[in-house]
Design a protein. Structure first.
Length: 63
């Protein structure tokens, strides 16, 4: 869960590094009552809007 552990937790650091490394991302989740699931939303919440002034998805383009 978001904020249940420090941002320097190894898995959080790994997620952020993979997000910065990737050339593109496809996120898929089942809907629950027409909304994202809590687990999926929490994963997104671990990616801050800005990392060193750059959004994880900034500069990525759709094919």
């Amino acid at each position: 869960m978001t904020d249940s552990m420090p941002a320097d937790h190894p898995k959080v650091v790994e997620l952020r590094k993979l997000s910065e490394w990737s050339e593109g991302q496809v996120w898929c989740s089942p809907e629950r009552h027409g909304k994202l699931t809590a687990v999926f939303k929490n994963k997104i919440d671990w990616l801050p809007l800005e990392i060193s002034g750059i959004r994880p998805t900034q500069g990525r383009r759709w094919p």
